[in-house]
Ligand binder design. Structure first.
Ligand SMILES: C[S@@+](CC[C@H](N)C(=O)[O-])C[C@H]1O[C@@H](n2cnc3c(N)ncnc32)[C@H](O)[C@@H]1O
Length: 256
């Protein structure tokens, strides 16, 4: 496994109050009580845990041992047995679990963490390899808030900005963002998230997470899925029923 870029920041992941409200959406897309679900990039189990009650079993894969450790803790605390939910370390661009699933998901923009075309191609091969006959995959990215020029302009700044703050045991954690850089033609963002934990006014911890967010515009995202040989079943513009292209998210369900 490569270095875990989330080793220090993972403990603040679940504090984010601005996270998308997508759990009900995924619950409703489970194709039946006996369905086997694969979550690619399951992280701390934010979506995985609530789905355990509505499917046969769910298998999570993530590249970050720190995120998985938190997920395993939550599964243990909730006494969810391994027959219902299992998670393991793995790279979702080169995975072979040797079994197939009725539904594959990658909630909260996991797909945008894939920087290169080779990783994207690898991801789609992984999806194909793990889809059961009749199975479907739901992928999500955010819809960029501006056109390419607007995005380049917004990302030329590089200064730090306040993002959110939440109480934590004994104090509070504040998250700041920094638009570190953008690849000007491939529209790949390189944001930095800086978490600062305070007790009273004293800074007691600081963790920085540098990630990759590759951007996709609505037609481009659809085209990418079609060009990888899949058939689009349904599309949404967000988790509140927005039409595709008209909401904050791009969500596509597809199959072979
Ligand atoms: C924004 S988090 C989403 C976590 C979870 N799906 C959720 O909805 O809360 C992105 C996750 O994708 C994982 N990830 C990114 N690239 C990956 C890769 N190549 N293989 C496996 N996991 C990956 C990260 O470690 C991280 O936990």
């Amino acid at each position: 496994m490569p270095i875990d870029i989330r080793a220090e920041a993972a403990r603040y992941y679940d504090c984010n109050p601005d996270c998308v409200d997508d759990i009900a959406f995924y619950r409703e897309r489970i194709p039946g009580q006996a369905a086997n679900v694969l979550e690619l990039g399951c992280g701390t189990g934010r979506v995985l845990l609530p789905l355990t009650g509505v499917c046969g079993s769910i298998h999570g894969v993530d590249i970050s041992e720190a995120m998985l450790a938190l997920c395993r803790e939550k599964l243990a605390r909730a006494a969810i047995p391994p027959s219902k939910a299992r998670v393991e370390a793995g790279d979702i661009t080169r995975l072979d679990l040797g079994r197939t699933f009725d539904l594959i998901t990658a909630p909260y923009r996991v797909f945008q963490n894939l920087e290169t075309d080779a990783e994207v191609d690898g991801f789609f091969s992984v999806v194909r390899k793990h889809l059961a006959p009749g199975g479907t995959c739901i992928l999500n990215v955010f819809k960029p808030k501006s056109d390419r020029k607007g995005l380049r302009d917004r990302w030329s700044d590089g200064s730090e900005y306040f993002s959110w703050e939440q109480p934590i045991e004994g104090g509070r954690v504040a998250c700041y963002g920094r638009n570190a850089r953008i690849h000007p033609t491939r529209m790949i963002l390189y944001p930095e998230l800086i978490y600062r934990a305070y007790q009273g006014d004293a800074l007691v911890d600081e963790a920085t997470l540098k990630i990759v967010m590759r951007c996709y515009y609505p037609e481009e995202f659809e085209r990418l899925i079609l060009d990888h040989g899949f058939r689009i079943i349904q599309r949404w513009g967000g988790y509140a029923g927005e039409p595709y292209g008209e909401g904050p998210e791009l969500v596509i369900q597809f199959s072979e």
